[in-house]
Design a protein around this ligand. Structure first.
Ligand code: NAI
Length: 321
């Protein structure tokens, strides 16, 4: 009997990339649109592996029920695992779908905010060709503060070097990346970009206190995880002009909204609505990873992880406590 994999939170583009790669594996793939949670975990009865994404819930109770239903493996088709309780079932992930995708998207957010390209586009569509309010700054010579220097951040730093930006002020002298304290990073950075995982140590790293240490007019970019930023503190910082702009591909309460078309409903999350009301904030729907190459890598790595598990091989991408 074919090994059965149940996908939760699945979208047509997931189905397309996984169906294509699965031709080399022959697994039975079942796709469910809803996020995995306690209400639908019953769908996993008799399933061998469950595959989830960033906004599915796999807390202790869901994991307990997965195990009780006979599920042997939880395969994350993403890198972050902050949404998963790591006790009770084997968990694998995709550590690098495409660091290039996220790094390039991070730069796209920086440039869009700095040069106000979305606003300029709305204007010209409406016949308004004025430059008033669209003034930006040269990226050249500015300081970028990168929090977390893993796979994505390293690609980002390589791109920013092309602009003549420096990960911190010593870089100009030394021509290499220099690690600095968080306080110094807050003090000296024109742009701060978050690339660390969400953990107990990093939750709400960007809060009232850390914002108070930043340069006036700082740009904050978050393509990491929503809860790295205390959103109400960010909003206060934007209102009192301490923060000059923010590019957010993730939001701490994103799971209700992101990846869904909710355009026929009102937004009942006041914090999200407030964020969307700023003309110096760009919110996107957790799409930094979303390139053709990344989707192909996600499907290839996930199916390989599952095959390795099935064949009792060493699990390269196992997530452990
Ligand atoms: P990685 O594991 O290669 O790098 C993470 C880095 O953060 C490591 O160098 C680690 O030492 C550092 N770190 C851990 N705790 C820290 C702390 N308390 N303070 C400062 N640094 C700390 O991960 P990668 O691939 O670079 O991804 C980073 C994060 O980006 C992921 O954890 C995930 O949450 C997010 N991500 C977002 C995507 C999107 O579509 N928006 C797509 C892929 C990842």
């Amino acid at each position: 009997m074919a090994y059965t994999i149940a996908f939760f939170g699945s979208k047509p583009y997931d189905e397309a990339s996984f169906n294509e790669k699965n031709s080399g594996y022959g697994f039975e793939l079942r796709y469910y649109k809803g996020h995995l949670n306690l209400n639908n975990v019953i769908l996993t009865q008799g399933v061998d592996a469950v595959c989830i994404f960033v906004n599915d819930t796999a807390d202790a109770e869901v994991i307990r029920q997965l195990a009780a239903n006979g599920v042997k493996l939880l395969a994350l088709r993403c890198a972050g695992y902050n949404n998963v309780d790591l006790n009770g079932i084997t968990v694998v992930r995709v550590p690098a779908s495409s660091p290039y995708a996220v790094a390039e998207y991070t730069v796209a957010l920086m440039l869009s905010l700095n040069r106000k390209i979305p606003r300029a586009t709305w204007r010209t569509r409406d016949g308004n060709f004025s430059l008033h309010g669209l003034l930006g700054f040269d990226m050249y010579g500015k300081t970028a503060g990168i929090i977390g220097t893993g796979k994505i951040a390293k690609k980002l730093i390589a791109i920013l070097r092309g602009f003549g930006m420096y990960p911190d002020y010593n870089f100009a002298r030394e021509h290499q990346v220099v690690y600095t304290t968080l306080d110094e990073l807050y003090r000296s950075s024109d742009i701060i970009s978050l690339h660390c995982p969400l953990t107990e140590q990093t939750r709400y790293l960007i809060n009232d206190y850390s914002i108070s240490k930043m340069k006036d007019g700082v740009m904050i970019i978050n393509t990491g995880r929503g809860q790295l930023i205390h959103t109400n503190a960010l909003i206060e910082g934007l209102k009192n002009k301490k923060i000059g702009s923010a590019g957010l591909d993730v939001y701490e309460e994103e799971s209700e909204y992101f990846y869904e078309d909710r355009s026929d409903k009102i937004i009942d999350d006041d914090t999200l609505a407030r964020l969307l009301s700023f003309n110096n904030v760009i919110v996107t729907s957790h799409q930094a990873f979303f390139t053709r190459e990344a989707l192909a890598n996600i499907a290839a790595t996930t199916l390989m992880n599952i095959k390795d598990f099935m064949e009792h091989k060493k699990l390269e991408n196992e997530v452990r406590l």
